[in-house]
Design a protein around this ligand. Structure first.
Ligand SMILES: *[C@@H]1O[C@H](CO)[C@@H](O)[C@H](O)[C@H]1NC(C)=O
Ligand SMILES: *[C@@H]1O[C@H](CO)[C@@H](O)[C@H](O)[C@H]1NC(C)=O
Ligand SMILES: *[C@@H]1O[C@H](CO)[C@@H](O)[C@H](O)[C@H]1NC(C)=O
Length: 515
């Protein structure tokens, strides 16, 4: 009898073990690849002269997101990805975090990796952080990632991993290493090309991963942000591109495409692929000053025009119910947090109020998006620091004042802001560099149009923002101004502190926490 009982308990124990491993197996591995400054016209499947066979193939067997939005800049997009909240709600509506600014994503914001970890995931990050690092509590390893290999700021050299940045308070420019293994400075990688270095690290995490535990791997590649640096072999196929910036940039895109292919292959070889959801997304529109293109969209990175915010993205996975489709549903980078935590079977109960939606049924099954509205941003301090071709494009005070007569909503239309609601997009203030840059390889000067303090476009019919229709649809304008005013009332005060001279790593140090 005793023997029998122990048999039973063994069977029950075995059942419990296999049941829980079935449960665990149902949680998909999530691999998120974020590209930097990758423009709308820089992916093969948008007709680019740049070849991206891996992105084309992976997206063709997945779901291409063609009505997908990001923020116009690095820190803001990453901030919304990691918190599921609009940047007006984290005080980060203005610009990026510069290396010496003493702030980070507020520490009371719960981040995506924390939620994935709570759901039982191993959480790893490779690549660019750019969400603040002035003190250790801001680092990726303190915000939910089990491991981190990458850099904390932006714009560094692809080989030396040095970042040069002015320190205004000290009246000097400092060049120092920005590469870390966990919280420690990683000095042994000089000469290793970033795109290869980061993808190889992602691959080694995949190869070492215990397949019984769900994996969350966030790979934020340096590619294809400036500086324009790439091994010659990637540029060789592009001798037909005359513009030297575009040619180097094309090579950088090819290296990135190969990196994505390599990561996918590693997932297959590790036996993880059948239960993996892979997301590829850019962080913002392309930078035309350094080879990127968003043609035929208007504007570029750092602007609220479609060229700044409409992003290249796709999801690929054997778990998709309708693979091989194109989604025209409205999706935003803040939607990934609830979507991925939902896939993980986790909970968003402990986050602050989310602005993102769980869009998994939209992506996987083609259901209508739960998102009907999208706040692109409201930034009362906006300035465009990069040169924009054409005449001086800032709005004059007289233009703003004449626009004020419309503003019975209470929203100050001199403020840089944009909002989308179904097919409509309203922009106020100066949206940033507003020109239509010509298609790469084609002659033609940049085109400009007069700006107004309030501009309305039907984005579904007019994605190039050529036909301004605020005069024809005053009720739509009034409604959207009311929505902007509603959002502005909920905004947190802007956090954008002066440089702290204590950030200085000195002539031999590395960028990193100082406070
Ligand atoms: C800043 O440094 C430059 C060159 O090193 C020098 O010419 C200039 O006077 C300095 N400015 C101040 C305010 O110290
Ligand atoms: C992709 O993998 C191949 C084969 O291992 C390697 O030669 C190549 O450098 C890798 N590419 C990148 C961008 O890491
Ligand atoms: C989250 O909140 C919902 C609704 O209040 C509740 O049903 C659920 O159990 C909560 N989940 C967790 C993990 O706390």
């Amino acid at each position: 009898m005793a023997k029998r009982q122990s048999h039973y308990s063994l069977i029950i124990a075995a059942l419990i073990v296999s049941f829980s491993s079935v449960l665990a197996a149902r949680q998909p591995h999530v691999v998120f690849i974020l590209a930097d400054d990758f423009g709308w016209y820089d992916v093969g499947y948008h007709g680019s002269e740049i070849k991206t066979p891996n992105l084309d193939k992976l997206s063709a067997t997945g779901v291409r997101l063609e009505n997908y939005y990001v923020q116009p800049l690095c820190t803001p997009s990453r901030n919304q990805l990691m918190t599921g909240r609009y940047q007006i709600h984290t005080g980060m509506q203005h610009q990026i975090i510069w290396p010496c600014q003493p702030y980070c994503v507020p520490l009371d914001e719960k981040m995506l990796p924390q939620l994935m970890k709570e759901a039982g995931y191993a959480t790893h990050m490779v690549g660019k952080w750019h969400l603040g690092m002035y003190k250790k509590d801001c680092l990726p390893t303190r915000r939910g990632f089990d491991s981190f290999f990458g850099y904390l700021t932006g714009s560094e050299d692809y080989y030396s991993h040095f970042r040069c940045s002015p320190i205004h308070a000290l009246n000097l420019t400092r060049c120092a290493l920005d590469l870390r293994e966990g919280e420690e400075v990683a000095s042994g990688y000089k000469g290793d090309y970033s795109t290869e270095l980061l993808s190889q690290r992602a691959i080694s995490i995949i190869a070492k991963h215990n397949p019984n535990k769900p994996l969350f791997l966030y790979t934020a590649l340096q590619a294809v942000h400036s500086p324009l640096q790439v091994p010659e072999r990637y540029v060789a196929p592009y001798s037909f591109i005359k513009d030297p910036h575009r040619r180097l940039y094309a090579g950088m895109v090819s290296a990135m495409d190969e990196a994505v292919g390599n990561i996918t292959l590693a997932l297959q070889q590790a036996g993880l692929w059948d239960n993996t959801v892979l997301v590829f997304s850019t962080d913002n529109g392309g930078q035309t000053l350094t080879g990127g293109s968003n043609w035929p969209l208007r504007g570029r990175k750092w602007s609220l025009w479609e060229g700044g915010v409409r992003g290249v993205a796709f999801v690929t996975s054997p778990l998709l119910k309708q693979p091989g489709t194109i989604s025209h549903e409205l999706i935003h980078i803040s939607d990934w947090l609830p979507t991925l935590v939902g896939l993980a079977g986790g909970s968003t109960n402990a986050t602050k109020p989310l602005d993102g939606f769980n869009v998994w049924s939209t992506i996987s099954k083609g259901f209508a998006s739960p998102r009907l509205e999208l706040l692109h941003n409201i930034d009362p301090l906006y300035i465009d620091i990069a040169p924009c071709p054409g005449t001086k494009r800032q709005l004059t005070l007289a233009q703003v004042v004449s626009g004020d007569s419309r503003a019975n909503s209470g929203f100050n239309v001199s403020i840089h802001a944009a909002i989308r609601s179904s097919n409509w997009k309203l922009l106020t203030g100066y949206p940033g560099c507003d020109v239509w840059f010509p298609q790469p390889g084609h002659n033609g000067s940049v085109k400009v149009d007069p700006l107004k303090p309030i501009m309305l476009f039907d984005i579904e019919k007019d994605p190039e923002e050529r036909n301004e229709v605020s005069a024809q649809f005053p009720a739509v304008v009034d409604y959207l101004l009311t929505r902007l005013q509603h959002y502005q009332k909920s905004a947190s005060p802007i956090i954008f502190p002066d440089d702290d001279p204590r950030c200085d790593p000195g002539p031999t140090g590395a960028w990193g926490p100082w406070a």
